[in-house]
Design a protein around this ligand. Structure first.
Ligand code: NAP
Length: 286
């Protein structure tokens, strides 16, 4: 692993970098280049998904990088269409092939929709057979998380949820911690929302620290113990985003950021029946 990125330890003892690189909405034809640049910037944690249609590009960048496989931590996700025990095993093999890998570091159930218990049985088997080093979920609210934990042998090691200054999940982080589940933030930079980059509190803390708004936000998250996977297609931003381990926010600065929480998503409500229906209808293959 790169010495500059601290690691966190998951409930099964596996270590992963606390900061990495996400590739959501990077077009397939640009993904190899972006991941190559992210690896050059020092990122060793990569986050993709079958529903992003760019696992092949991630795989090509990994293959050409010359970086030892053991230094990388590669995540992909199972889409709803492939829910269920047998379909999950097939989807895992297909993802692994597109990535050009012979094992995965982290496999996540992308959405709390469909036959997640069937999928989880397959994921437990993949873990026990050492095809994947850690398994987890994404977008699971607390009740769905507890349902999965209570009715299965192995609890999820990660829950990847929307987390940024306007939707902080502080209470949920504590709840997850109490259940040995590591929180990982998607959209740590609020998906590039103007509201984040124009926020006066974040800007003034940036001025106090001599850092950018993006660095303040990513530092605030890692200082809370949240794993972050910011996305960018710009090498300058990639280098900026990984450079958050040479400064510390004060308690007073952390408190000022805490006051920005609205307690609600900027993007999607997984408890909304229309959202559940629309996500469940999204198909990624025939
Ligand atoms: P994000 O990382 O919060 O924000 C990305 C946006 O911020 C892009 O528009 C990017 O623009 C901009 N940006 C990045 N660094 C910047 C900087 N230093 N200064 C100014 N702007 C900057 O959003 P995200 O991609 O939605 O989330 C991150 C990752 O989380 C995804 O890539 C994906 O891997 C994962 N994710 C998971 C789920 C899920 O359901 N599990 C959902 C969404 C995302 P440029 O590219 O032009 O720099």
């Amino acid at each position: 692993m790169t010495t500059s990125t601290p690691q966190i330890t998951l409930s099964n003892g596996v270590q992963m970098p606390i900061l990495g690189f996400g590739v959501y909405q990077i077009p397939p034809e640009q993904t190899e280049k972006a991941v190559t640049e992210a690896l050059a910037a020092g990122c060793r944690l990569l986050d993709t998904a079958s529903a992003y249609f760019n696992e092949d590009g991630v795989g090509r960048a990994i293959a050409k990088s010359g970086i030892a496989r053991s230094e990388l931590f590669v995540t992909t996700k199972l889409w709803i269409q492939d829910a269920g025990e047998q379909a999950t095993k097939r989807a895992f093999e297909a993802s692994l092939e597109r990535l050009g890998l012979d094992y995965l570091d982290l496999y996540l159930i992308h959405q709390p929709i469909g036959d997640v218990h069937g999928s989880w049985r397959a994921m437990q088997t993949l873990l026990q057979d050492k095809n994947v080093r850690a398994i987890g979920v994404s977008n699971f609210p607390a009740d769905r998380l507890v349902d999965l934990i209570d009715h299965n042998e192995i609890p999820p090691m990660i829950n990847q949820v929307e987390t940024h200054p306007f939707f902080q999940n502080t209470g949920y982080q504590t709840f997850m911690h109490d259940h040995d589940v590591q929180i990982e933030a998607w959209a740590p930079l609020a998906h590039g929302h103007d509201r984040l980059f124009g926020d006066p509190v974040l800007s003034s803390i940036g001025e106090e620290q001599g850092k950018s708004v993006a660095q303040v936000v990513l530092r605030w998250l890692v200082q809370r113990g949240v794993v972050v996977i910011p996305k960018s297609v710009r090498p300058d931003a990639m280098n900026e985003n990984i450079a958050v381990f040479d400064f510390e926010l004060t308690d007073e600065q952390m408190t000022r950021i805490a006051a920005l929480d609205t307690g609600a998503s900027l993007f999607v409500d997984h408890r909304d029946p229309a959202v559940v229906h629309d996500l469940g209808s999204f198909r990624i293959h025939d």
